[in-house]
Ligand binder design. Structure first.
Ligand code: ZN
Length: 275
């Protein structure tokens, strides 16, 4: 078996260089047939067109990014986000995504109520479950690293993600996306991965640079940082996850500035050596 047969690339990795069409062709050209796509890029290309080209290229769509952001206190804003998420669920189904990735949303800038933000996000998720069920789509809840708690995600640990799944009592329409960048530091990681079990619907990889310079946009290529990726991969697989390993690198100062064909080449090489 080709050692890269489970490799997928999240198109954010070539965000600034390639449109979705270029990413599909660029990844397929180097025999990478797993891709995770972003809603803005899909809409730019046109939903039907994107769905057709993904299919024609033989791509497995490992995720549709990124939904959720449901923590706002303002009722109007909350309702708008629910509508937007419902639209995204339908889009994710149309392109055949294995899951739609959701983040909770952070804390309103004029608020200090982290518990309220978490409860609001949970309420939003509960409201979306029937839509996901009807569309046959799995909502992949992705806890983010605590440094992004204020601006992106009050859902900060895998333990909390598991708690929410328990409370919401979803079926296959509710899953968890494990991203090594967000969870590698957690002393309870092994326990919570085992607890997540078959809820795990996506596995995202990259590396944590020792001296990271940006809260969101300074992720490292596998092998350049401090995360023991094979160790976490084995834990995720022991929990029952059989799917793709999706490389997801937000990198303003480095990888978004490089030749995208070289980025894909490097991803494949590092994947073989460090995942
Ligand atoms: Zn991720």
């Amino acid at each position: 078996m080709d050692t890269t047969s489970k490799l997928a690339i999240n198109q954010i990795t070539t965000r600034d260089q390639w449109t979705l069409e270029q990413a599909i062709n660029g990844y397929a050209h180097q025999q990478v047939y797993g891709i995770s796509v972003w809603f803005d890029k899909v809409r730019e290309m046109g939903l039907k067109n994107a769905a057709r080209q993904l299919r024609d290229a033989g791509m497995t769509v490992t995720g549709y990014c990124v939904g959720g952001i449901l923590s706002a206190r303002d009722g109007q804003q909350f309702k708008q986000r629910l509508d937007e998420n419902r639209r995204m669920i339908d889009e994710a189904a149309e392109i055949g995504a294995r899951c739609m990735v959701l983040i909770s949303g952070g804390i309103d800038p004029d608020s200090r109520d982290i518990d309220g933000a978490r409860n609001r996000a949970k309420e939003g998720l509960a409201a979306l479950l029937p839509n996901a069920r009807a569309a046959g789509m799995t909502l992949g809840l992705e806890p983010l690293h605590p440094m992004m708690c204020a601006m992106r995600s009050a859902l900060t640990t895998l333990e909390l993600a598991n708690d929410w799944c328990d409370e919401l009592d979803g079926g296959p329409e509710l899953g968890i996306a494990v991203d090594v960048y967000n969870v590698w530091w957690d002393p309870n990681l092994a326990r919570e991965i085992a607890r997540a079990g078959n809820r795990i619907c996506a596995f995202h990889i990259c590396d944590w640079l020792h001296e990271t310079t940006d809260l969101r946009f300074d992720r490292g290529m596998m092998g350049d940082g401090v995360i023991d990726i094979p160790k976490i991969r084995k834990q995720v697989e022991a929990a029952g996850y059989q799917g793709y390993h999706e490389v997801e690198i937000f990198s303003q100062r480095n990888w978004w500035r490089k030749d995208p064909d070289d980025v894909v080449k490097t991803v494949k090489d590092r994947y073989r050596r460090f995942v």
